[in-house]
Design a binder for this molecule. Structure first.
Ligand SMILES: Cc1cc2nc3c(=O)[nH]c(=O)nc-3n(C[C@H](O)[C@H](O)[C@H](O)COP(=O)(O)OP(=O)(O)OC[C@H]3O[C@@H](n4cnc5c(N)ncnc54)[C@H](O)[C@@H]3O)c2cc1C
Length: 140
């Protein structure tokens, strides 16, 4: 640990570590203070999903993509396992399918609207009878 640092970050959750990481990339000497022997906060307990699709198109979505790319880079460098599966949203009713179709057509986010059969081929966990008339999916 540095005896002298430019910046002290309090908390070794994802926000603290991301701040420390980016400051260090810029050449700053950073020290992180964590009150527990190991992080026990939300970052430790969460589900581990990096789900960019839920972000509003524009700056926030671009930031989410940057965050995902950062995770991918850190995973490559550290050997941390990351499963890149994409995500699939199911539409159970026609109005829901309409929302997915509009989303796919207008947001500019790379995604596709699938038939139930095409969705089943992407995931064996999916039962076509659950979904009508469409389901939407976004893949990396
Ligand atoms: C059950 C659950 C599931 C989730 N699933 C997801 C998911 O799949 N994907 C996703 O993106 N988000 C998910 N989230 C949300 C995400 O985990 C949080 O938004 C994120 O982890 C918050 O990070 P943080 O660094 O702000 O807080 P924390 O991870 O809580 O980190 C704060 C750290 O600061 C330390 N600290 C606090 N006070 C001090 C102090 N005075 N001195 C020193 N250290 C201190 C704490 O000990 C802790 O380690 C989930 C959250 C929960 C609870």
């Amino acid at each position: 640990m540095y005896q002298q640092a430019d910046t002290a970050v309090i908390g070794a959750g994802i926000v603290g570590l991301a701040t420390a990481y980016h400051l260090a990339l810029k050449g700053r000497k950073v020290v992180v203070f964590e009150r527990n022997p190991a992080p026990l906060g939300a970052s430790f307990r969460n589900f581990g999903l990096v789900w960019t699709l839920g972000q509003k198109p524009g700056n926030i979505y671009e930031r989410a993509l940057y965050g995902r790319a950062t995770w991918q880079q850190i995973a490559r460098e550290s050997g941390l396992p990351v499963e890149e599966n994409g995500s699939m949203l199911l539409a159970y009713h026609a109005d829901e399918a309409g929302v997915l179709e509009e989303f796919a057509a207008t947001t500019g986010i790379r995604c596709e609207v699938l038939t139930p059969e095409a969705a089943r081929q992407k995931s064996s966990a999916f039962r076509p009878g659950d979904c009508r008339p469409h389901c939407g999916a976004r893949w990396r």
